[in-house]
Design a protein around this ligand. Structure first.
Ligand code: F6R
Length: 608
């Protein structure tokens, strides 16, 4: 949701800001803008559309000549994606410019108040109130004006601000939206996430809620909300520039699909020692584990579907009841969570607003909390009692791939770990399962290599305007994620159904020629799914079957087949999603879609 950058140092600011914005474009890409502090005034250029429009309009930043400034790439919440609504926004007197990610919930009241004092507004955004509050409170002290302004704001924000009177100074403030400071030599940066910073520095400070930061070429000072300076630890980023670049692939999404074997290995290997799953960070004592009544898993979108796959595996191995709930639902439904609950929150970005709220809710009710997260230092990673990181590296494509599979892999590791600690499996079974976990990266590679004809299959179906996915048990969890992948990047309507539910309603949608993708990798239920395939075939559906390698029986009913390498039945969700990701990718490609930046979506949903 919106990307923000800021720079102060010896370089021309605009090219640095534009480079940073390109890295953040996956967070929002409907309009962009840059404001540079230039010869005692604010020089600002904004443009609707992608960042390349802004680059063209500013001749790659060469129309600016200052060395400090701020930039923004937008995912619209208040007002259409137009030049006027694009950030930065300037105060009525032109002295201040502000960029903002988040939502100011009391902006209508503030707008009314400011209008009463004679301020006028050019945009429909909530952000314009921030910059005019700065003007209102400014009495020659930028910091004091910032403190007074943020004290008036309700809602969420990551803010960057510059003042024409203070060249070389950039202020930043955070409340419930991600904001990171990058510490260079003689230059300093701010950004929504580290991908915009790694080309310049790996030393970062993660701002916390309620904090304010003052950046100048000479250094960075962080203040609490009363203006008192505070000491903040400096963290070292482990991602490099290479990891956040496309590396010759046509799309980030394809690159990230191909990276999955490596991402899985990085996630699984460090957690296996001497044939056992070792989760050093898991801090529940034996007593607390014994008293666990329930595990809750909450997340949004694909991360939630990873949780659904995890539920099957944890219940099967650890024999603890697992309830899954979408974070935006859980936070408002008075859930039954107490100190006997382990709340697992899953989030690639670690910044998803609804997941953060659900995590806070669980903590407030006394639950033990565990985050499965990909971004070190993210809000969720810092809030949860325990974090198990998915070492997937930066995920840039808006549609998650390696984020999802590494989340499922962590849930599989956790299931084996809990099963052993709770005495549900013996040493031999643990060793066997660990052996199977160790094979997942290789199986992932095989899942990529096994279906060279996948692009042709996708090309034969890409014109269908509706597709359905059916499966049972873990296959159903895979269907949910497959369907989401397809619809979000190809804009083809699709739905996922538990295969056994078809005849309770959805089968009414089947008509001659309708494509049904039947995932039948869970071999214990293969014959059951085959019966469901028969049902849709009888109504004229075209069926693309997905089965385990060597199981050509699928072709008795299905028209075409895709195969998944054999693995431990409980772990099938990991390799089975790979051909489905590739299928969605090739269908979207054949439809000419902007795969890495699907319309209306943004990578990190930091607003409710
Ligand atoms: C879909 C997708 C989203 C995210 C969801 C949660 O491809 O990427 O559904 O999974 O927005 O995001 P995180 O995992 O960052 O909390």
């Amino acid at each position: 949701m919106c990307g923000i950058v800021g720079y102060t140092g010896p370089q021309q600011a605009a090219p640095v800001l534009l480079e940073g914005l390109k890295k953040l474009e996956y967070r929002g890409y409907d309009s962009a803008g840059v404001a540079v502090n230039e010869r005692g005034g604010i020089h600002m250029v904004k443009s609707a559309g992608m960042i390349r429009n802004l680059c063209e309009k500013t001749h790659d930043g060469s129309v600016f000549s200052g060395t400090s400034g701020i930039g923004h790439t937008r995912w619209a919440t208040h007002g259409a994606p137009t030049d006027e609504n694009a950030h930065p926004h300037v105060s009525n007197d032109g002295r201040f410019a502000v960029i903002h990610n988040g939502i100011i919930e009391n902006y209508l009241a503030l707008r009314e108040e400011l209008s009463g004092k004679g301020f006028t507004f050019k945009s429909e955004t909530d952000t314009e109130v921030i910059v005019n509050l700065l003007e209102l409170y400014y009495e020659g002290d930028f910091k004091q004006a910032m403190l007074k302004t943020i004290a008036r704001l309700e809602g969420s924000y990551a803010i960057g601000a510059v003042c024409a009177d203070r060249p070389g100074e950039v202020f930043a403030a955070r409340q419930f939206s991600p904001l990171i400071l990058g510490l260079g030599v003689g230059e300093n940066f701010l950004a929504s996430d580290v991908t915009a910073l790694v080309a310049y520095t790996k030393n970062v400070i993660y701002l916390d809620d309620g904090e304010l930061a003052e950046l100048s070429p000479a250094g960075v000072t962080v203040y609490d909300c009363t203006g008192r300076p505070i000491d903040k630890p400096v963290s070292r980023v482990t991602w490099d520039v290479e990891a956040a670049a496309k590396g010759g692939f046509e799309h980030f999404m394809l690159k990230e699909i191909i990276e999955q074997p490596r991402a899985l290995k990085a996630t699984i290997d460090p957690r296996i020692k001497d044939g056992r799953v070792v989760l050093d960070d898991f801090r529940l004592s034996d007593e607390e584990l014994k008293n666990l009544h329930k595990i809750y898993i909450t997340a949004c979108g694909s991360a939630y579907y990873a949780g659904q796959a995890g539920k099957y595996v944890i219940e099967a191995l650890a024999r603890v009841p697992v309830e899954t709930d979408i974070a935006s639902e859980l936070r408002y439904r008075d859930p039954i969570i107490d100190e006997h609950t382990l709340m697992i929150v899953i989030s690639q970005s670690g910044e998803t607003a609804d997941t953060i709220a659900a995590l806070r809710e669980a903590k407030a009710r006394g639950a033990k909390t565990l985050a499965i997260c990909n971004v070190v230092g993210s809000t969720i990673a810092r809030l949860a009692d325990t974090v198990i990181y998915t070492w997937a590296g930066p995920e840039i494509a808006v549609a998650t791939t390696k984020g999802y599979t590494t989340q499922v892999a962590v849930l599989n590791l956790l299931a084996v770990y809990l099963a052993r600690r709770l005495g549900r499996i013996d040493d031999d079974e643990e060793r066997r399962l660990v052996g199977e976990l160790n094979k997942l990266p290789q199986q992932m590679q095989r899942a990529i290599d096994l279906n060279p004809g996948l692009e042709d299959i996708a090309n034969s179906y890409f014109q269908n305007r509706e597709m359905f996915f059916i499966g049972r048990n873990l296959d159903y969890a895979v269907c949910l994620e497959s369907s989401l992948k397809l619809k979000e990047i190809s804009y083809i309507h699709s739905d996922a159904f538990a295969a056994g539910e078809l005849k309770h309603g959805p089968i009414a949608l089947i008509e001659p020629g309708r494509l049904v993708v039947a995932v039948a990798c869970h071999e214990r239920l293969f014959d059951k799914t085959m019966s469901n395939i028969k049902e849709v075939k009888a109504r004229g559906a075209e069926v693309l079957g997905v089965a385990m390698e060597g199981n050509s029986r699928i072709l008795v009913e299905a028209d075409k087949a895709i195969y998944v390498p054999r693995c431990e039945p409980l772990f099938t969700a990991v390799p089975a999603i790979v051909p489905m990701q590739l299928f969605a990718y090739y269908v979207a490609k054949a439809n000419g879609c902007d795969i890495d930046k699907p319309k209306n979506l943004a990578k990190s949903v930091t607003v409710e």
